[in-house]
Design a protein around this ligand. Structure first.
Ligand code: THU
Length: 164
């Protein structure tokens, strides 16, 4: 038996104002789109903004549904929009911002498992690690360079092939 150690690296900032200007602007785009989320059931408003390789910023918010599982997260709204409208353009960065109508969101919100899996696909086809900025309503921010830090040992295309 051999132990395999998996290490994640996360940057923590007390406020996203500590980030470079380009990233602050991406966070502001995520904040702006979060306000318009359709979240009547959870009262949890999430915005995601993507910076594409050609400089385009694409954003999306969570869209809920009375049949709860039919709703979708902000991250997938933004990624699928980018995939549909800017096919082949790699995602360089993603900012995720969350606020609630019921409480102050103090902890940066990490993407759910389904969104991480979708990110994994786009990161693979983009052939570049996606830098992910997770921002609480207080401004507290966590950042990672590459999905490997939040979805290590992912199921990916290689798993569909014979290994040897
Ligand atoms: N949500 C997101 O949009 N992104 C996340 O990273 C976490 C959760 C949404 C889904 C649902 O509309 C609401 O937040 C509560 O789970």
């Amino acid at each position: 038996m051999q132990q395999i150690r998996i290490v994640a690296e996360v940057e923590e900032y007390q406020h996203f104002h500590e980030l470079p200007n380009e990233e602050q602007e991406l966070v502001q785009a995520a904040q702006k789109v979060a306000i318009a989320a359709y979240a009547p059931y959870s009262g949890f408003f999430v915005g995601a903004a993507l910076l594409l390789e050609d400089g385009t910023v694409v954003s999306g918010s969570n869209q809920e549904n009375v049949a709860f599982p039919s709703g979708i997260c902000a991250e997938r709204t933004a990624m699928f929009w980018a995939g549909a409208n800017y096919p082949g353009k790699a995602i360089l960065k993603m900012a995720i911002y969350a606020q609630s109508e019921d409480f102050l969101v103090e902890t940066p919100v990490y993407p759910c498992g389904s969104c991480r899996q979708v990110m994994s696909e786009y990161e693979r086809i983009g052939q570049r690690p996606i830098r992910i900025l997770m921002v609480a309503a207080t401004g507290k921010t966590h950042a990672v360079n590459g999905l490997i830090n939040i979805l290590p040992v992912a199921f990916d295309a290689d798993n569909l092939k014979r290994q040897k």
